[in-house]
Design a protein around this ligand. Structure first.
Ligand code: BEZ
Ligand code: FE
Length: 284
């Protein structure tokens, strides 16, 4: 980690920013009333069973109510759900996928990042440039290995202090975020920096929950990506770094062996790595 002077983003700050962003999205699902009823019934039954199994008392029940209120008032539901629940939803999606493995999106995706050409550098500050540079290249293909024209690689990640732009006031709006338009064969070469491990904010109710389980709040260093192309199923994923801290104990349970990069140090003083993405056909 660097020792740059920064204002630490609080859970309340980054949590409520994530909630505001999420509320601006229009969400819907074509779930039948019967399916909603079945899921709701099973969810309630599972929770009631936990209460019976553990002999939960009235004071404990009231503490739970207060904690649920605190998560909502602190704007931490996107944070909490994406840490503890999203990986299971992603596992369901993965059942029908043959291409590149997906991973969770997390709460810090922001649409409409600046468009960049296939060979590019992500927007970054001078202070970011002092970190280890990572040159990340590869190709987006279909399941048969054909390069995909007009593919898009959206990339966002934390800086060397573990902070995401738009969720920490000291960072420029689009720092370390970009929407890379690949060349006609789906190729790209993106210059960025090695991200640091990310710590879930610990100063709010999500942090209290982690502490209550004697857990740790860390995610291994990672790149976030959404890769898409016309007529193909887009993949939301993350890439991790071989040997990285917290790789085996990610608080969000979102790592997969297929998603680990092994960059090599080049003579130019930069780390270089290639990773290719394979997209499934749309609608299968
Ligand atoms: C992430 O940055 O990957 C993340 C952050 C909070 C919850 C889940 C994922
Ligand atoms: Fe992340």
């Amino acid at each position: 980690m660097t020792t740059t002077e920064i204002q630490n983003p609080t859970a309340a700050g980054s949590g409520s920013a994530a909630t505001d962003k999420f509320k601006n999205e229009r969400v819907s699902a074509d779930t039948s009333p019967e399916r909603v009823a079945a899921i709701a019934k099973d969810a309630l039954a599972a929770l009631n069973q936990v209460i019976l199994d553990h002999g939960v008392t009235y004071p404990e029940y009231r503490v739970l109510k207060q904690w649920l209120i605190d998560v909502g008032e602190g704007g931490e539901w996107p944070l909490f759900l994406d840490v503890f629940i999203e990986h299971s939803v992603e596992e369901v999606l993965a059942r029908s996928r043959k291409g590149t493995k997906g991973s969770i999106e997390g709460p810090y995706y922001v649409a409409d990042a600046p468009e960049l050409p296939s060979v590019c550098e992500l927007p970054m500050r001078d202070v970011d440039r002092k970190e280890t540079v990572l040159v990340f290249s590869g190709q987006v293909t279909d399941l048969d290995g054909n390069g995909l024209d007009s593919a898009i690689v959206e990339l966002w990640h934390a800086d060397a202090d573990g902070y995401y732009s738009q969720f920490a006031d000291h960072l420029p709006e689009w720092n370390l975020r970009g929407k890379i338009i690949t060349d006609s064969e789906g190729r790209y070469e993106i210059t960025t920096i090695q991200p640091a491990p990310y710590q879930i904010p610990t100063d709010g109710p999500t942090g209290a929950f982690i502490e209550a389980q004697n857990g740790h709040p860390w995610r291994p260093a990672h790149l976030h990506l959404i890769v898409s192309a016309p007529g193909k199923e887009s993949v939301t994923t993350q890439l991790y770094f071989d040997g990285g801290e917290w790789l085996d104990s990610d608080v969000a349970m979102a790592t997969k062996p297929e998603l680990i990069l092994s960059p090599t140090a080049g003579d130019d003083g930069k780390n270089h790595v290639t990773y290719n993405f394979t997209l499934d056909p749309a609608g299968e």
